[in-house]
Design a binder for this molecule. Structure first.
Ligand SMILES: Cc1ncc(COP(=O)(O)O)c(C=O)c1O
Length: 387
């Protein structure tokens, strides 16, 4: 008999995993081992944009398996990665693409690329940021509790107040700064769309000082905000953009999109990864990107997002628990006046999965394919829980 272990005996305890053991998924629902179905407003932390068991992801995996090629290495050419890079270039500001395996890796690569391009050491990040848990990305992540036990972190990376015009003017130096990095919609830091006017100011400042702008769209990119790339909604075009979470339909993949100018600074041997852009993940990602980029798909995300934002805005109306509701597309944060974790647990008891983003923010990032009636059901549960 196969039994699911009741204790996490062999797994390193760096996560506080909660609740059910999931054994299946379909659409926007996860199924637990006792058959209970959960409506999922977490989507594998923004990964499962097409939900579970989507025909596009299944089909792409099956096609890739048919070729027998899962991995070949970057010593040789394979078709899927080249086609995916062309697709991302055709749909964005970028001229070149580098593939890796996660969001943190994409940002680490971006940091190396801008240092090489500029010949300068410093990276400026902003308060509320989350860019990853590796050494350089951790140095750019504004979470003291994540950073402290692992110091010293990578030098040359500083965090300055977000949306503070004077602070960024002071921090960005023509002689020392390689790049600034910013999430156009901050995720882990509380779901905050960053002021586009301030982003425009940062862009001009960086242009005048020979500094690159990196947009981290690991969480907010690829349709999440209702545009293929969140930068399209800001009026600001970056030099470098990082992607990961939803890119390969749940398979691990990251990407760095670069302008030709930055790309020209890199030569063979400057950076590498064994797995990056292999035929299985790239083949799946190609179909995921094409599906999300369809104008009617993005229009649906915007329509559902507007509806969700409208309903959430009313959440606070009845009581004092909700301090603010922020978001765009299908990426929303409900800032509470008290810790959010008990409400995550209460929602789970009612079979709705939501996440936190910092101590007092409930984060709602459902699959982009979620049905209107499922959104309504989820918001209904949230209303009950917050009543
Ligand atoms: C904006 C942003 N950047 C980077 C990362 C790190 O991605 P990964 O966990 O794939 O390393 C995350 C993860 O949550 C993220 O939200």
């Amino acid at each position: 008999m196969t039994t699911v272990p009741s204790a996490l005996s062999a797994l390193l305890e760096v996560y506080s995993r909660a609740g059910p053991v999931f054994v299946a998924g379909n659409g926007a629902e996860l199924v637990a081992d006792d058959g209970t179905r959960y409506l999922d407003f977490v989507a594998g932390i923004g990964v499962n944009a097409l939900g579970y068991n989507h025909a596009v992801v299944r089909g792409a995996i099956e096609r890739a398996l048919g070729s027998g090629l899962i991995h070949v290495s970057n010593l040789y050419r394979t078709e899927a990665g080249e086609r995916l890079a062309e697709e991302l270039v055709a749909r964005s500001f970028a001229d070149r693409v580098f593939f890796c395996n996660s969001g943190a890796e994409a940002n680490e690569a971006a940091f190396k690329f801008v240092r090489k391009w500029s010949g300068k050491p410093e990276i400026v990040a902003f308060s509320g940021s989350f860019h990853g848990r590796l050494f350089a990305t951790l140095a750019a992540t504004d979470r003291p509790e994540y950073r402290k036990p692992f110091e010293p972190l990578v030098p040359g990376i500083r965090i300055v107040p977000r949306e503070d015009w004077a602070a960024v003017d002071h921090a960005v130096s023509a002689s020392r700064t390689a790049a600034v990095i910013v999430e156009p919609v901050q995720g882990e830091g509380g779901v905050r769309p960053v002021d586009p006017e301030w982003l425009g100011f940062v862009r001009e400042l960086c242009d005048s000082r020979g500094v690159a702008v990196i947009f981290d769209e690991v969480q907010c990119g690829l349709g999440r905000t209702g545009a293929l790339f969140a930068y399209e909604q800001t009026g600001v075009v970056p030099d470098v953009l990082t992607l990961a979470k939803p890119l390969a339909g749940g398979l691990p993949m990251g990407a760095v999109l670069l302008t030709g100018a930055v790309a020209a600074a890199l030569k063979p041997g400057d950076h590498a990864t064994t797995f990056g852009g292999g035929p299985l993940v790239a083949g799946v990602a190609l179909d995921v990107v094409r599906t999300i980029a369809a104008p009617e798909f993005l229009a649906e995300v915007r329509r559902k997002g507007e509806w969700l934002g409208g309903r959430l805005a009313n959440l606070g109306a009845g009581g004092s628990r909700v301090a603010e509701v922020r978001g765009r597309g299908l990426m929303w944060g409900v800032e509470l006046t008290e810790p959010a974790a008990p409400f995550v647990a209460a929602a789970r008891e009612r079979r709705l999965l939501v996440a936190t983003a910092g101590p007092s923010v409930l984060r709602l990032i459902p699959p982009l394919v979620i049905a209107q009636r499922e959104l309504e059901r989820g918001v209904g549960i949230l209303e009950e829980v917050l009543a």
